[in-house]
Design a protein around this ligand. Sequence first.
Ligand code: PEP
Ligand code: MG
Length: 962
Amino acid sequence: MLTLTPQDAALDCRADGWQDALDQAAASLHQAGLVEPAYRDALHAREAQGSTYLGSGIAIPHGTPESRSQIHHTGVRLLQFPQGVEWHDGNRVYLLVTIAASSDEHLDVLRQLTHVLDAEGVAERLAAADSAEEMIALLSRPRPKARLDADTLCLNFPARDRFELALAAAARLRQAECVDASFVAAINTQEPVALGQGLWLVSADCGVKQPALSLATPERAFSGPRGPVNGVFCVAALDDAHRDLLARLADLLDSGQGEALVDADADGVLMRLSGESSSAQTARVTLLNAHGLHARPAKLLVQTAREQALPVRVRLLEGSAESVSAASLTKVIGLGARRGQTLIFSAEGEGAETALAAMVAAVESGLGEAVRPLAEAAAAGASRAARREVEAPLEPLEDDGVLPATAASPGLAIAPAYVMRAPDFDYPERARDLAADKQGPAERQRERLQAALDEARRQLQALIGTAKGGDVAEILSMHAEMLDDPELHEAAFEGMRDGLSAEAAWWQAIDTAARAQEVLADRLLAERAADLRDVGRRVLGVLCGVELPTPPQRPYILVTDDIGPSDVARLDTAQVRGLLTARGGATSHSAILARALGIPAVVGAGERALTLNNDDDLILDGDLGRVIVRPSAERRDRAELRLKELERLRREAHGARFEEGRTADGKRIEVAANLGNTAHAADAVEQGAEGVGLLRTEFIFMAHPEAPDLETQIGEYRRAFDALDGRPLVARTLDVGGDKPLPYWPVPAEDNPFLGLRGLRLALTRPEVLETQLRALLTAAGERPLRIMFPMVKDVDEYRQARAIVDRLQAEIGAGDVQVGVMIEIPSAALLAPSLAAEVDFFSIGTNDLTQYTLAIDRGHATLSAQADGLHPAVLRLIQMTVDAAHAEGKWVGVCGELGSDAAAVPVLVGLGVDELSVSVRQVPMVKARLRGITQESAQHHARTALAQATSQAVRDALEAL
Ligand code: PEP
Ligand code: MG
């Protein structure tokens, strides 16, 4: 294994161009006795084959395989070029990691370097490093430290016993993204261990992304059956990274300070766990040095600490809460402090104040470097808009210009834009700056908050008055009630007594209460958490003088960066005519919801969409996936006519919704509905659905805090069969994992859960759950037509395992009209469709996932998912193979992905031979109308045209031209 040592490094090199730098690298390898002089030519020859630039200002020149005979020993030399060298591929190189490797040992070095490539600002720090040790420290993988900071603490949690506290602590670690759901589930099954002094401990090592320690304390200390409860620590263990923290916890208990934790605020807890003495004084300061606390400024900081009469310690506000001696250079560099982070100095005894002031002054003066203050906005979390100022300005959209994007929900909308931007709140954390007031600072902050609460109440009452009843008014009234919650007020006042500003104290109270709701894994309460934050932002807006976005009380097209499903569900459908987002794709869950609500939507339009202004007129075309910005009068008139025509078609389609799905020349294509909730089955029938083509049964599992039992499931499925009144029901068995997590079915952490344990694969790990579901389906169906289909099947082997369970249960229960099929949503299943077709009764193509896996684009990817278009010719070919294989065996094929309701795709799918389309309920009448408008011949022409193209855009263009 190759390791980097200070002897391998040459600092402060200079070169006249990249060839000269390569020559120096070769000479350095030669001088170290590693290679013959001729190795120089090998370095040049390898570079001629392709650049060895790796990223982050690092290139890794090495010889060709033929030059291995010129190597005496395997080794590495590091050459630092502080001024940078223009590399032949246009990159700027600050560090050459030159490798002489007689076999594949250089891969070790590469592995070591990969983590550097992800880190920010490495090139600058490599260029600025002024010791070999510092450079090697930058290149070496840092030993992970357990995280402990304000975000991993859950203080004053309204818990009734230590188990709830343990769960709250685990949930806090999950919110801080240190662990995943499997960790929380593991903690849920644990009995906390007593540490003494009313403190308890739980720990787990599964689902840990980052080692961390959390502490949850109760609102008031209480006594349980096994003794007093002052707090529960929760350890996310990874290797031994948490050991130091546990050692500090043991010290704290040894010194008898455990009980004090229950009343401590976040600063107090962190201070006690950092190893600082409880009687120490502290002072904090923001680090402004561009490259953080690298060797040069660290040296000056250490010097200043050594000049003080008392020992000074230092720690970072964010991170592991470990305080180290400020007089130790290696310890100070080891903190890894970056620009913008907060250093907390502590000292104890007489003169502590003077020592701390000297340390703060030294940092503020830049520690020997010229420093630039942080922009105000950056300090408080820079807004997207502020960040954009330093990037290239976005080109404004032209009048009557076309903004292309992805069609996500069909329909046409003409209305002014309402651009919803998340507000930025900029406020000081502490109220110290107001200490000069005659009143105490806490009293002054309290008055500010009271005034802001009054104003927020007034705003809400005015809004309730204009909302004229309905859901919106109800939500606003609930918000008004939340404002009067005395517990929220008390929590905020307590923060102010601890020196926080009114803004910080209020937000802390809101956030704590919201997180407490979220922990309870109940969907309704989790929604209440979102409401709490909404109310919190309203008050914060008043305090900071920032106006909150309030949707207008007139029709509008909502323009926003991205929108979550809960936001879509809360849209006031009476006013929202359309939806335009900068990010997201057609199969994202918010797009699926927009379709369910019947709101035309165009998504993934890019950042330029956000350059639109409120009241800009827009024409949004949810079929073609484009928006016309500030249209000309003629274009607007044409669009108005089209809208009228579309409305007429919609009315006609609705009138004919109970007709069978058929093409104009009589080819029968069943049109069924996709459902997530069995309560909507009656609505599906009312919209003309000829059955349910996809029941996403996982939603039933998600709606319960644990797996629904047999009786509950039978009740659910029976409700759907009853509403369908003899029409078929295609029930997909439980499809969880990947993008559909189930809180009470944790899966081990996986690097890539989308390619991991999910769908049928996951279900087969607990066949008893699958068996209960199948039993419930067969029992509920009785003699009614039941189609069972398995999700995420990759080949016939998995299918056989699942089918065996169905066969066994059917023999036992004796249900009548049952077919068993698979979803085709993994490319391997499409490619192997002939072998599957021989054994299944039907296929249903899940184009959402089939597209994702064929194009290697995550369907929920913020920016790329717009390109995950099911009309891609590669996906269409897989559909063609699937249909051909099924028909060769006399089996039927449906499409249940979102492509089935895409107006451009319907004739293509029919032309490819698909027998059934299962679409969201509201699309049923229009899909039937679309079928009536085509013939088999025209559909086949559409299919041939589409298959002949090379890209999805070409497919869409060619289809539009037909
Ligand atoms: C699909 O993948 O196309 C599908 C219908 O399933 P889901 O969207 O639920 O993953
Ligand atoms: Mg799927």
